[in-house]
Design a protein around this ligand. Sequence first.
Ligand code: C2O
Ligand code: CU
Length: 510
Amino acid sequence: MSPTLTRRRLLAGVAGAAGLAGAGGAAAWAGGLFDSQLVAPTADLVARTEAARRRADGRTVRVALNPRPVTLDLGGRQVQTWGYHESAPGPLIRARAGDVLRVEVTNGLAAGTSVHWHGVALRNDMDGVPGVTQQPIAAGGRHTYEFTVPDPGTYFYHPHSGVQLDRGLYGVLVVDDPHEAGRYDQEWIVVLDDWVDGTGRTPDDVLASLQSMGGHGDMPGMAGMDHGSMGGMSGMPMGGMETMTSPLLGGAGDVTYPHYLINGRTPEAPVTLAARPRQPVRIRLVNAASDTAFRVALGGHRLTVTHSDGFPVTPTACDALVLGMGERADVTVELSDGVFPLVAVAEGKGGQGLALVRTGAGSAPSATVHLPELDRRVLLTGGLRPADAVRLERREADRVHRLVLGGSMMPYRWTLNGAAFDKLDPLVVGQGERVRLEFVNQTTMFHPMHVHGHTFAVADTGVRKDTVIVVPKQTVAVEFDATNPGQWMTHCHNIYHAESGMMINLAYQK
Ligand code: C2O
Ligand code: CU
């Protein structure tokens, strides 16, 4: 997800950056807009906004992250990959709302990297987007992130550099609410992932094969073919093709994965989550996958969703829950006595992740267990309602931006308003404005659309989120108040789509 093609232009916005900024004045965007007209990540306004967040009683939480080549054991299967430590997910980072997080990154990779704090309304210069808010952290280099975490919730962190997220580079950030009365006494963090790295191809190979299949005429007659006529295409180097569709989401992905993981383990060697019977448990679910939505259910139980993307919702019961890439949900469940499969089906793809919930005696389910809950009341998080405390007050929009989601598999290209990231002018907003974004999906595939640095309200339901699934031929409008100045990536959280153009800079104008 690093915008390599536009680095020169974007770096003009990073004041003082290694001689690239400033020299010769501000670069012009295609629409006649100048970088000098935008609020730079290093602007005073950004620093003042951060100062207003600092609390006298806030602590500083210190963390070290060391992305590096690692060997992971996925459960009998060893893979060479890149990780933040010797297992995936990376270290759990935990702070209280109002704390300052100080993260020292030492880059042990042979490539440049970055760390993005997905969902956090942080100061713009700490957002971790190379080419926009910082220089990449060079191989062997160091970088310190330091920012206030203002809002409680379940977040995650990952690189914003190419398709590195599709390796083992992801971890969870939990921000606790100091005022929250714990109505649960057990908590599990459950991270879902689609896995390919180290199984014969890297994510970079997958991206290259997706992008080359359209480009070299090696599939005559396919050029320009719309995604709809084809469904998903496998990222297998040999160009194997199959349709991946979901009744709920439409086109469900572009890449076939050999493994689906829960907390870094394949279904053949699942993790066990232990509790006492009848104990209320809070499960923090994170979809860290790159190209896969998951449908999640717990055998023999219903789930009560309490939070979406960190923010509270009107508690809502369901049998199964769909999470797109980048989405999180907190659910509570009161456990029965026995052993129960927690299943995450790769929506529209076949294959699943598995974990075991154990409160008593019982035999483990098979890796391919099918849960009836998966076909009962299935919830998409965009349909939830916000808790009263986080409802965005009604207000007329000052600024409306319409973003038409488009794309094709042949060539492999994903667009907003007909253009890819390197050709798109920033979406301009003004400080203090109520902003409305309309995501108009004209493709036959779903896109989980993510806005950095803000938690929007989905217009139809009011649910507060930072990543929302937009299904084919649907329009989803979201609204937020522009109170976090800077330049914020807005993109599809299918990282192959983001990396192939479906991304734009939402920029505050001076
Ligand atoms: Cu997890 Cu740009 O996002
Ligand atoms: Cu997409």
